[in-house]
Design a protein. Structure first.
Length: 198
């Protein structure tokens, strides 16, 4: 019904999270209706981000340098690391302007049913950072859902005896994740509740 090129565009758009067939078709038709330079600017932006952006060698955040801006910031408290699942979680915490330590992005959460085991996450890198960098406290800010809680419990066990481990208080519905992160960041500044003392 559609041309092969449009079919291919729709198929590629459906690979995006939350984009089904109908939404992909709407997006494809929208792009076709836009002036060519505008559509090509989007294509160039995608190409540029895929070529230039990588993961920070230290924390796993997104960056165009070897180390991200946060890791290079000498004003940050290097004795405090906040562990998050994804760069998007880090961005949410940074928007609060409350947390002044460093971050560690795991790249996901433990989920054996989905094939995500400890070796698939940046857990060894976290342990190495704690051991070599004089870290005094690790704040676990994984998502307040089953996989996030399982990941936090696993990390707390692995970090026990090495460093003080705290967990951001939770209890709000998962849908309020951004709000939880804002409240949690403010709580961190005043001292999060201890999950277990090393």
């Amino acid at each position: 019904m559609l041309s092969p090129s449009v079919d291919n565009l729709v198929a590629q758009l459906t690979k995006l999270p939350g984009v089904g067939q109908r939404t992909a078709q709407r997006l494809a038709f929208h792009l076709l209706a836009r002036p060519k330079p505008e559509a090509l600017a989007l294509a160039e932006a995608i190409t540029e981000v895929k070529e230039r952006v990588r993961f920070c060698a230290e924390c796993g955040n997104l960056t165009e340098e070897e180390r991200c801006e946060i890791c290079r910031d000498t004003r940050r408290d290097r004795a405090l690391i906040c562990v998050v699942e994804q760069p998007a979680d880090l961005v949410s915490l940074e928007r609060t302007h409350e947390f002044r330590g460093l971050y560690h992005v795991l790249g996901g959460a433990l989920s054996p049913l989905d094939g995500v085991e400890p070796q698939h996450l940046r857990i060894d890198e976290l342990l190495n950072r704690v051991d070599r960098n004089g870290v005094g406290e690790v704040v676990l800010a994984t998502n307040p859902n089953m996989t996030g809680e399982a990941t936090a419990a696993y990390l707390a066990d692995r970090l026990r005896g090495r460093v003080r481990v705290t967990r951001l208080a939770s209890g709000l519905p998962v849908g309020l994740r951004q709000y939880v992160l804002r409240v949690a960041a403010a709580t961190c500044r005043g001292g999060p509740r201890a999950r277990g003392q090393a």
